[in-house]
Design a binder for this molecule. Structure first.
Ligand code: GLA
Length: 726
């Protein structure tokens, strides 16, 4: 039993394989947080201390006792209005403008299986793999009821959190702030690890000490963004990849978000993750319930690698769904960097021909096939085939691509509209724009109001028409700007639009997945601008970055690996010099780096030499041999590619029978000292044979002493070493 309830239904303990989480409804019915960390037994209530602290308010029912204050007690779901002056998880405002709420324990339920959230993505599991704890809190003045949800996947050390907030009053209540998870530590110094970035350089690693201030990350863009990923880690200052305590929070949400960590006046740390507060003011009518998107939490006492492996396994096996969750993804050739929008049907067929000759599995027709789309100034929203440009019908193109033994994929950007489009001419009010103002353009395009069902329905219908022209095996779902004008012509209150927009997006994706269960969908937002667990519930892979330079990609994929498995990471080999940053890297290196993702090519093979084509055939064969190991294996970050002479990472199969070491050299110097790389994740005491040389090594030697790397010659050389257990 993962969840135990003691002390007459007031002490709640969650045990996972290696961790314990505990909370208690205390004598006032306040749900206090007692402990989260490495597994322990018994009540941890002794950790709480009480004292008469000046300026620390006391809830009214404490009477003359000044030693009880929510301004310093650790809580599960702190709200504004109880005297806790730290960052609240919930701000609720009433009709007269008053902000107040005081939540007390009412009841609980323990249920086998993992809860689901209506209309929102959430971790799922079989009934024998998970349990759910529901704790109901009610406002002392009867305004709101909050049902806190805890989902427990004990084997993976995963605890998820969400909250259902119901208006139990007779009047409208507005939710002004909702954090899905709040987590208090009563003492200790911590580092906050976050992942910042920009277009074409996503998820850079950043580690800063938690100090006496609230450090915030987030996105005001209406999407999770390139600029910060909705995931954060709180780590002991001495935590490394392989040792030390660390907590993760990861948001299962694709819209704006806010995460914060801060130390209070008494050296206690509060960490929170939830919805972006700006432009959010959600009106709840009497009886209505608001669902806070889910947060995935995990704790590791064995360093960051274990923490990442927990999150990766959770995403791979309990967030991604459908046929493609477990299947090896097709090696694809994408037309974007080959032709951008400047192609005709013959070019696409020639690409397909080349893809087949090189041993690839799929051709993807990227942007430019619809409306009058020859540049990014027009046609978004006009999802009908430009037969003139293609020199024929889509049905024929699909037929010929399939005839070559390839799967067929296509690009769409359903949430957008160009002002120069038939759709916009007919339905200008479907684009988000504030009345009386000219909307902000991004890549010359406007955002469709996906908070409106009729808009979602209409676009769904027009996209399905294309998908029904033949068997479309793959869809690339793109999204290429941020939302600046938050306004919906039909919403009474604009404070709900950004939230409802994401629900509209999820509704579309859910219906698409149900209608085309065999179609693989790849998410994309100018590369990795919406790379989050919410999207991964619908699209089991996401184009990780528009930056295909192998060296930048090492860093982008390194940052991504903290929360997401390689099976989700869209990665392609492109030409050199790289089209984003001009860097020159060996084709082998580009292959090694892209192989650590879903793998494919983004180039025109006709421009390659025969030797390069031969090398690509070899890469594809190799990747197919390694696909299972990369898709399902555990991931080990052996070096930090942001500093150091080489980037090294490894995959180890679940049974530890196979291991793949990948190394890319980052620096060359005259007479350079030898670099040694130490493996991880092998079976201690076992022996492993290196595939190429046939040499046999003890696992302990590989892990403790490491392997000398060959002296690099030339820039950015790479190698892969496959070990098999003997
Ligand atoms: C975005 C994507 C690219 C490509 C273009 C097409 O930038 O990230 O991969 O699909 O759009 O316009």
């Amino acid at each position: 039993m993962a969840i135990t309830v003691q002390e007459e239904g007031r002490l709640f303990t969650i045990h996972t394989k290696n961790t314990t989480y505990q909370m208690k409804a205390d004598r006032y019915g306040v749900l206090l947080h007692l402990y989260y960390g490495r597994g322990t037994e018994g009540s941890m209530e002794y950790l709480l201390t009480y004292g008469d602290r000046a300026y620390a308010g006391n809830i009214n029912d404490t009477g003359k006792d000044r030693t009880y204050s929510l301004d310093f007690l650790p809580q599960e779901f702190p709200v504004s209005g109880t005297g806790d002056m730290r960052s609240p998880a919930l701000i609720a405002e009433y009709g007269n403008g008053a902000v107040s709420c005081d939540l007390r324990f009412q009841s609980f339920r323990v249920i086998d299986g993992k809860y689901a959230l209506r209309g929102l993505p959430a971790v799922y599991a079989a009934d024998n793999e998970a349990q759910t704890l529901e704790i109901v809190l009610g406002d002392t003045a009867g305004m709101l009821e909050v049902k806190l949800l805890y989902g427990v996947l004990p084997e993976l050390d995963i605890i998820t959190r969400s909250a259902l907030i119901t208006n139990t009053s007779g009047e409208e209540v507005r939710l002004e702030k909702v954090m899905s998870a709040s987590f208090d530590r009563v003492y200790g110094n911590y580092d906050l690890i976050t992942f910042y970035g920009r277009h074409a350089m996503e998820r850079n690693f950043q580690r800063t000490p938690v100090a006496h201030m609230e450090q915030m990350i987030g996105s005001r863009r209406g999407t999770s963004s390139h600029q910060f990923n909705p995931m954060m880690i709180l780590a002991d200052p001495d935590t490394t990849e392989t040792a030390g305590g660390c907590y993760a929070m990861q948001f299962v949400w694709s819209g704006g978000f806010s995460g914060c960590a801060g130390m209070d006046q008494f050296g206690q740390t509060r960490m929170q993750l939830g919805l972006m507060q700006e432009k959010f003011s959600y009106p709840l009518m009497p009886g209505e319930t608001f669902t806070a998107p889910e947060v995935i939490m995990s704790y590791s006492s064995e360093g960051l690698e274990k923490l990442s492996n927990n999150l990766q396994a959770c995403i791979r096996e309990h967030v991604c769904r459908g046929k493609w969750r477990d299947e090896i993804r097709p090696v694809l050739l994408n037309s974007w960097e080959a032709y951008y929008m400047d192609f005709d049907g013959a070019d696409i067929l020639a690409l397909a021909e080349q893809a087949a000759l090189l041993g690839m599995d799929m051709l993807v027709l990227d942007d430019g096939w619809f409306g009058r789309r020859n540049d990014d100034m027009s046609s978004l929203g006009d999802w009908y085939v430009n037969e003139e440009k293609l020199g024929g019908r889509m049905q024929e193109l699909i037929y010929w691509v399939h005839r070559k033994g390839l799967k067929f994929g296509i690009w769409v950007e359903p949430e957008m509209v160009s002002e120069d489009s038939d759709l916009y001419r007919v339905h200008p009010d479907w684009a988000m724009a504030i009345p009386g103002r000219k909307p902000v353009r991004g890549r010359h395009q406007l955002v469709l109001d996906f908070s409106r069902k009729e808009v979602v329905d209409a676009i769904f219908e027009s996209i399905c028409k294309v998908l029904d022209m033949g068997t479309v095996d793959y869809l690339k779902w793109d999204y290429n700007r941020s939302i600046a004008d938050v306004y919906s012509a039909t919403a009474g209150n604009q404070g709900k639009v950004l939230y409802d927009y994401i629900l509209g997006l999820y509704d579309f994706l859910e219906r698409l997945g149900q209608k085309y269960p065999d179609m693989l969908i790849e998410g994309c937002s100018g590369g990795g601008g919406r790379f989050d667990a919410g999207m991964l519930y619908y699209t089991p892979q996401i184009w990780c970055s528009d930056n295909t330079d192998a060296i930048d990609r090492l860093r982008i994929q390194y940052g991504t690996s903290f929360g997401y498995p390689a099976s989700c990471v869209g990665a392609h080999v492109s030409i050199c010099p790289n089209e984003q940053n001009g860097r020159v890297t060996p084709l082998n290196t580009r292959g090694v780096v892209a192989m650590s993702g879903t793998f494919g090519y983004e180039l025109n093979p006709e421009k390659l030499t025969e030797e390069e084509k031969e090398e690509i055939r070899g890469q594809i064969a190799r990747r197919k041999q390694l696909a299972g190991l990369i898709h399902e294996g555990s991931y080990h970050r052996l070096t930090n590619p942001f500093d150091g002479e080489c980037a090294a990472w490894a995959f180890v199969s679940k049974d530890r029978n196979e291991a793949l070491l990948n190394v890319v050299n980052l620096e060359i110097h005259g007479n350079r000292p030898v670099t040694y790389v130490r493996m991880r994740g092998l079976e201690p005491g076992a022996m492993y044979r290196e595939e190429e040389s046939g040499r046999v090594y003890p696992a302990n030697a590989l892990m403790q002493a490491g392997l000398p790397m060959p002296m690099p010659t030339g820039e950015y050389g790479a190698l892969q070493i496959l070990f098999k257990r003997v």
